[in-house]
Structures are given as structure tokens and as C-alpha cells.
Ligand binder design. Structure first.
Ligand SMILES: N[C@@H](CC(=O)c1ccccc1NC=O)C(=O)O
Length: 258
């Protein structure tokens, strides 16, 4: 039996519209030509001419936040408490068991930017793909943001998972979800417009705040969801173990046993 992999993570990349301007990642690439003196520092007397082709080593320095690139948000990201009053788990406390499970893909690409997905929308899509949710299924949502990654309109793209839809998944035992958009919730700028009209603060991060009731994790900035069927694959998305952090980078991968 051959195993096939689909990469579900965007590359961490500088110079594209992946995040708001003040939150963009910075990557300083030190090339082989730049670094020969770094090696020479360990071997007094060595010159670049002694190295093959004059090459030193390649290394990069990053200036990033835990929310740049494809990442898994821990319950701690969503609120300081989870499960009705317990201290919320940070990323290093998330059970590994949550992060390698059967995957389910919901296709919501046709939904309008900023539309708030309901529990009925989730049920209708599960019926269409013929899947009954099981505890710990990893549910990923393909929105219109997926194909806009890196474009100037990326931050405004995609429907949002509302509180009702999020709780619907959590009440069925789902503990890890994901989207290919900048956020699990609706794009911030669109929620801000609604807030300016209503002044109702409960609409801000309404999907992720479901974690206050039932702690869960979600991935953001996924890629390649259009290549997945509705079900029939595993997802692996172990996060970087960053002590006490709100999120960890993930190389999310879908695996098929063909
Ligand atoms: N909506 C996303 C992304 C986000 O908030 C973010 C992305 C890059 C850098 C910083 C971010 N947020 C706060 O510092 C999240 O909640 O992780």
C-alpha cells in the first residue's frame, strides 16, 4: 500500500501579504558567501579560499510572531480559561493525541467573505460529503481565502466560523480544527464594520471564544485544502513546543493510504 501526502502548510515567507503590515514576518537570509568568516572564527588562520568553492554555511535569522505562517492556536490563545473556568492550555500542554487523527474537509469556498457559518451549514456539508463526525476528527475548512494567500486582499477573504458552528463541532468531540484563512473567525476588518454599527462586543472572535466553554485548538493559514476529498485521510499537525505559548508552527500534512 502506497502512502500519499498532501502538504497543508503555507511556507513561512517574507515579502508577501500574509499578515497585517505591522505583523509581517522578517527573514534575514545569510548565504554561503556571507558566512565563511563565521566558520573561520572557529578555525583561526582559516580563510574562505580553504573552503570548498569558498562556501560557508546557510543560516537564517527570523523575526516572527507565533502567529506567522501556518500555526496551531492553543486554547490559551482564545482566552485565559477553558472548559468553563479551568486555566487554558498553552501550546506545550496540548495533547499529542489531538494532533494526528482522521481528517474531514468542509468546502465553504462559495461562501461570501465575512459570512458567519452556522451549525446548519456544517451539517449540510457533512451530509453532502457523507461523513458522520467522530470524536477527535480534525475538521479543516476550505474558504475563499485559500487561493488568495499572499495577495493584497488575503486578510479580507473567507467566511468565518461562528460560535454556533464552532460549538457544534466541539460538542461532537472535535478538538482540532483549521482554516486556510488568516483567522478561524471572520476577517477582522469585516467584523469591525459590524461592530461599528452594533457596538456588540460578543461578535469579536465569537468562534474562537467557544473555547471558554470547550477548550480546543485551531490552525490558521493552511494550504492545499482544495486538493482534499471530504474524508478518508489522516491529518498530522504537531505544533512546535514553545513553553507557555499561545501557538506553535505546524507542518500540517494529509496522508492517504492508496
Ligand atoms: N488571526 C490570527 C493571526 C494573528 O492574529 C497574527 C498574525 C501574525 C502576527 C501576529 C498576529 N496576532 C497578534 O499578535 C491568529 O489569531 O493567530
Amino acid at each position: 500500500m502506497a502512502r500519499r501526502f498532501v502538504d497543508l502548510s503555507v511556507a513561512l515567507e517574507a515579502g508577501i501579504a500574509s499578515d497585517p503590515p505591522q505583523m509581517l514576518p522578517k527573514i534575514d537570509y545569510h548565504t554561503h558567501k556571507d558566512t565563511a568568516p563565521q566558520i573561520a572564527a572557529y578555525f583561526p588562520g582559516l580563510t574562505s579560499a580553504d573552503l570548498p568553492g569558498g562556501d560557508g554555511w546557510a543560516v537564517e535569522r527570523l523575526e516572527i510572531s507565533t502567529h506567522n505562517g501556518a500555526h496551531l492556536d492553543a486554547p490559551w490563545r482564545h482566552h485565559s480559561t477553558m472548559n468553563g473556568g479551568e486555566k487554558a492550555w498553552t501550546i506545550d500542554e496540548v495533547p499529542l493525541e489531538w494532533c494526528c487523527q482522521p481528517g474531514v474537509k468542509l468546502d465553504f469556498r462559495h461562501m461570501e467573505d465575512g459570512y458567519l457559518v452556522t451549525a446548519a451549514d456544517v451539517e449540510a456539508e457533512l451530509k453532502r460529503i457523507g461523513h458522520d463526525l467522530r470524536p477527535l476528527d480534525i475538521v479543516v475548512v476550505n474558504t475563499s481565502a485559500g487561493e488568495a494567500y499572499g495577495r493584497d486582499d488575503y486578510l479580507l477573504k473567507g467566511c468565518g466560523m461562528g460560535r454556533e458552528a464552532t460549538l457544534h463541532l466541539l460538542e461532537r468531540g472535535v478538538r482540532v480544527t483549521g482554516a486556510d484563512a488568516w483567522s478561524w473567525d471572520a476577517p477582522f476588518a469585516l467584523t469591525a464594520r459590524k461592530w461599528a454599527e452594533t457596538r456588540d462586543p460578543s461578535i469579536i472572535w465569537e468562534g474562537r471564544r467557544a473555547s471558554i466553554d470547550i477548550g480546543y485548538c485551531h490552525m490558521e493559514k493552511l494550504a492545499g485544502l482544495d486538493q482534499l476529498p471530504g474524508s478518508g485521510f489522516q491529518i498530522s499537525c504537531f505544533p512546535w513546543k514553545i513553553k507557555g505559548a499561545s501557538a506553535g508552527f505546524v507542518r500540517a500534512v494529509a496522508m492517504f493510504e492508496d
